[in-house]
Ligand binder design. Structure first.
Ligand code: PMP
Length: 408
């Protein structure tokens, strides 16, 4: 088993050398966004210096080079998630836009008044609100699968909630609050046995484990590059070719057209049909560097490493009086959401920050889940490949200090 060499990895992430209020930065907000290795930062800078030109449009050499880079990015993503064809990879601005695309285009083609879609109680707002917007247009029902006390999706309830009016199941691969890794293969098989397609929100899935969209048989899979050490503003929607062909474009504009007259427009073929306007091709090219980096470290190694940090930190945190940790699903990922009795999450986060520890506080874009958990917000620690046991120890002592101060 290859162990992660955090010493050498950390040298590739310049921001990790930062001092925050004179203290060494401990970056534990990786579920919000990850830091970028030099290879990604340099690729952005070098691409602007050497090959910048709009893609798919010019006959000139620079345009050819940037187009080749952009399309190489599509192929790299295809390989990373083991899609069948690169035309099944649509570039978007992020997971949020990918889900909105499905809600809008799939919703337009296949979901009608009186139909329902099934989500879970652990969804991020990005996998709730687009369906509510669709519901405002088409009066559809949104069914919410409840959770078990450990924070898992209640599979028994899930089975009973699908019926002949269910047009889509849309579920997080990994919860950004609870760390629960949903059994996506089983979920998809259950839905498919009823002829219902499935969208997986992979925002927290892709960064932490190997993804094989063909093996899980996902119909749609959405994720963001910035959560896997890549640039901001780049997202991916994987969709099965047959489905993408069957749904209308999301936005209109340049590049997504076949032929335009003032009377009528025909649309481009996949994937361009869904990529109106100038894409962030430099971001796509830099995404190649990010995926190469993650692959070189090894997705299995990253998953094991983060799980180890999570388990180690969880055990130490339990010793703090009044500690309540949310999410205890077996096999959970590298996320710890918690509250400490007698303290407010925001105060804890602020005092941790003063000691150099960056964590997330608040509702984590999952307000309905906060309501279920009975808290207005939580503190969240989330790990990345460059975090160390020493950082976990330092975080625990900073946390104890913060709690003591707040209770005094
Ligand atoms: N889904 C989940 C589970 C997430 O954690 C996030 C990011 N916090 C999103 C969707 C949205 O991702 P983005 O902001 O990159 O579009």
């Amino acid at each position: 088993m290859q162990q992660i060499d955090t010493d050498s990895i950390r040298k590739d992430f310049p921001i990790l050398d930062s001092k925050i209020y004179g203290k060494e930065l401990i970056y534990f907000d990786n579920a919000a966004t990850t830091q970028k290795p030099l290879s990604v930062i340099d690729t952005i800078s070098e691409s602007y210096k050497k090959i910048n030109a709009n893609v798919h449009r010019g006959v000139h050499r620079l345009s050819q080079l940037s187009t080749e880079g952009h399309e190489a990015g599509r192929e790299r993503v295809r390989k990373f998630i083991n899609a069948d064809k690169s035309r099944e990879i649509i570039f978007t601005r992020g997971t949020t836009e990918s889900i909105n695309l499905v809600a809008s285009s799939f919703g337009e083609a296949f979901i009608n008044e009186g139909d329902n879609i099934v989500i879970t109680a652990m969804e991020h707002h990005a996998n709730i609100v687009p369906w509510q917007l669709l519901s405002m247009r088409k009066k559809i029902e949104i069914r919410v699968v409840p959770l078990t006390p450990l924070g898992e999706m209640n599979m028994e309830a899930f089975r009973t909630m699908m019926d002949e009016k269910t047009k889509l199941v849309s579920v997080a691969h990994v919860s950004n609050v609870l760390g629960t890794v949903n059994p996506v293969k089983e979920i998809i098989a259950e839905a498919h046995s009823r002829n219902i397609p499935v969208l997986i929100d992979g925002a927290q899935g892709v960064p932490h484990q190997k993804i094989d969209v063909q093996d899980m048989d996902a119909d749609f899979y959405a994720f963001s590059a910035h959560k896997i050490y890549g640039p901001t503003g780049i997202g991916v929607l994987y969709g099965k070719e047959k489905l993408l062909d069957a749904i209308p474009p999301y936005q209109g504009g340049g590049e997504m057209i076949g032929h335009v007259t003032f009377q009528k427009t025909t649309f481009n073929e996949l994937p361009f049909k869904f990529e109106a306007g100038t894409p962030d091709y430099i971001g796509v090219i830099a995404t190649i560097a990010a995926l190469d980096y993650a692959d070189a470290v090894g997705m299995d190694n990253i998953r094991r490493h983060e799980e180890e940090l999570m388990k180690y930190t969880t055990e130490k945190m339990k010793a703090i009086q009044g500690m309540k940790i949310f999410g205890e699903a077996p096999g959970k990922g590298g996320v710890i959401s918690f509250v400490v009795e007698g303290t407010h999450p925001y105060d804890v986060g602020m005092l941790l920050d003063k000691q150099g520890v960056a964590v997330r506080t608040g509702h984590l874009c999952a307000q309905p889940l906060m309501d279920i958990l009975g808290v207005p917000g939580v503190v969240r620690i989330s790990f990345g490949m460059y975090n160390t046991i020493q950082e976990c120890d330092a975080c625990i002592s900073a946390l104890k200090k913060s709690v003591d101060m707040l209770r005094r």
